[in-house]
Design a binder for this molecule. Structure first.
Ligand code: NAD
Length: 549
């Protein structure tokens, strides 16, 4: 479920119940609901035809229809929309029949309360999505199309192409975890996907987000494979996810969820199998819980099952800021290539979390004027430049950029179209699309986020000669320092920060140079060039290892 409210069509002719249900839904903040009330079947069908309904709460006994007929007629008009039946006590068997016929759930009107109502709605939407859309995701489609384009250019062996188009391992779990107080247990969908097992252990982050699905995690795992190969790191790609809104959970709840996630996937993770790291919605603390749970399970401390962990537990200096730092090292290289002086550049950064905030800080450190930043709540714009360190402190204190006093509020979409030299999308996928690519007004697009640009947008940016630092290059600083952390763990020896940053710069600069040369020789864009570099390594390894037996 995304951040926008869930639109509920409430079909109920008794005003007593419709008022009660609306009041209960209005009280919920995460998720928030928009409730549309109708009291006739005819009005319900008309409203469904207008679109935009996420779920139907349905009373079966209406003035113009009754019993199961009501359900079947609604279902015929809303095949993909979950339906939850509201039932009176004496109608339970009819409600149960509707569930057999495809309704997601039924609620007893006389026992309705806020928790059961919200949960029933959430689960109904989850179940419908889980059935319909696990693999079919726009993000996975994007990752596959990018791969196929590069595979075609390098004439990749067809057997290898087929092998790489889908992940080798994908595991789904329905995870239970206890909420605080009372005895409420939530069940959420969780994923771990390992794309390529032949390059060494697999490596990839863990994302907590209310929209995560198998397809998205598979795409992210695939991009990890290319990223590691481009950086010459001895890993295949992996990714994990839990479909949950982490900001709606307490720290204790997050801990129970994380420990359960670890135990659910314990057989497929490990320092020589699959190593986790933070991604959206997870952080150092999450990694500490995973490490502890894994270590408890095997009976001794195993820090290297995760990277991005706290320094006192064996984390690496410089890991937390590595992705943002890497983005800026590569922006510096791009400026050199394009003949720009970074000290004279303006920058816009979308996303003010781990990647975006550090990217903005390092851009400012290099002398660039950061004129706008944003988080999920709002953007902040100041044409004279924003004080990034003060913004960081503001967010640490207030939780978001909302009402921050350093500039005027700007909507995320509008912010992406501000004129600037450097635009760094560091939040979500699918931000630059065919819709807005013609209005993007920057010289360098530095993709701190994974998958922020669609294929159609790529073509438009290419025509407009915008220099794209593709995600598998631009945000590879994170996995590179994760690799350093893993190596330090096996050496039991800590490297100084200066050495880490120097090595990071060397690896990124080398990958940038190879990608640029490849783009020139293959007469292609930077994304495809980076993919070709990566594919050649993975393809060669695949052929050399062959297929067992
Ligand atoms: P994070 O959770 O620390 O921060 C995400 C930021 O994006 C937050 O400020 C959030 O408010 C904002 N955001 C979320 N949805 C948004 C939206 N729809 N519009 C605008 N802003 C929105 O996550 P992160 O670790 O910084 O990851 C951000 C991106 O970078 C993801 O695509 C992730 O896969 C990628 N990435 C992260 C790392 C890493 O080391 N953390 C490494 C490589 C790539």
């Amino acid at each position: 479920m995304s951040d926008k409210p869930i639109t509920v069509l409430l079909v109920e002719d008794n005003p007593l119940y419709s008022r009660l249900i609306k009041r209960l839904l209005d009280q919920s903040k995460r998720p928030a609901f928009a409730v549309v009330i109708v009291d006739r079947l005819s009005a319900a069908l008309q409203r469904l035809a207008g679109g935009g309904i996420d779920i139907v709460l349905l009373d079966l006994m209406l003035p113009d229809s009754e019993a199961l007929d009501t359900f079947y007629r609604v279902r015929a008009h809303a095949l993909d929309i979950p339906i939850v039946i509201e039932s009176a006590l004496d109608d339970v068997s009819m409600a149960a029949k509707a569930v057999e016929g495809g309704a997601q759930d039924y609620l007893l009107k006389d026992r309705i309360n806020g928790v059961s109502l919200v949960r029933s709605i959430r689960y109904a939407i989850e179940r419908t999505r889980a059935r319909a859309a696990e693999w079919s995701s726009a993000t996975f489609h994007l990752a596959q199309q990018q791969f196929l384009k590069a595979a075609h250019i390098v004439d990749l062996d067809d057997n290898v192409r087929q092998r790489l188009l889908f992940p080798e391992h994908a595991q789904i779990a329905a995870l239970p975890f206890k909420r605080d107080g009372g005895n409420q247990i939530e069940t959420v969908f969780a994923y771990r996907v390992q794309h390529v097992l032949g390059m060494g252990p697999t490596k990839g982050g863990l994302r907590y987000h209310q929209d995560v699905g198998l397809g998205e995690v598979a795409a992210l795992a695939m991009w990890m494979t290319w990223k590691c190969a481009l950086m010459n790191l001895p890993y295949g790609g992996a990714k994990g996810g839990v479909r949950v809104d982490p900001y709606a959970l307490s720290s204790d709840e997050l801990q129970r969820l994380t420990r359960r996630y670890t135990s659910e996937f314990i057989n497929i993770i490990g320092p020589e199998k699959d190593i986790l790291a933070p991604d959206m919605g997870t952080n150092e603390q999450t990694m500490a819980w995973i490490m502890d749970t894994y270590s408890q399970h095997v009976g001794h401390s195993v820090p290297s099952v995760v990277t991005g962990k706290p320094i006192v537990l064996g984390g690496s200096l410089g890991r937390k800021e590595a992705t943002g730092r890497g983005v800026v090292y590569l922006v510096e290289e791009s400026c050199r290539h394009l003949g720009l002086d970074i000290g004279q550049c303006t920058a816009v950064v979308q996303g003010f979390g781990n990647v975006g905030m550090h990217a903005a800080l390092f851009l400012a450190e290099c002398g660039a004027k950061v004129v706008a930043v944003s988080d999920v709540v709002t953007g902040v714009y100041n044409p004279d430049g924003l004080p990034v360190a003060e913004l960081r402190d503001y967010v640490a204190e207030h939780g978001s950029l909302k009402a921050c006093p350093f500039g005027e509020a700007i909507e995320n979409r509008a912010m992406l179209e501000l004129p600037c030299d450097i635009l760094a999308p560091c939040a979500m996928q699918h931000q630059i699309t065919a819709d807005n690519a013609r209005r993007i007004d920057c010289k360098i697009l530095a993709e701190g986020a994974n998958g922020p640009t669609t294929l159609e947008a790529d073509e438009i940016l290419k025509d407009r000669r915008i220099f794209v630092l593709p995600d598998i290059l631009a945000n590879a600083g994170g996995v590179t320092v994760s690799y350093f952390e893993w190596v330090q763990g096996t050496q039991n020896y800590m490297w100084p920060l200066e050495q880490i940053n120097d090595r990071l710069r060397d690896i990124l600069t080398d990958a940038f140079g190879r990608t640029l040369r490849r783009a020139e020789t293959a007469k292609t864009d930077m994304r495809t060039a980076a993919m070709i570099e990566a594919l050649q390594r993975v393809g060669a390894a695949n052929l050399l290892r062959g297929i067992f037996p």
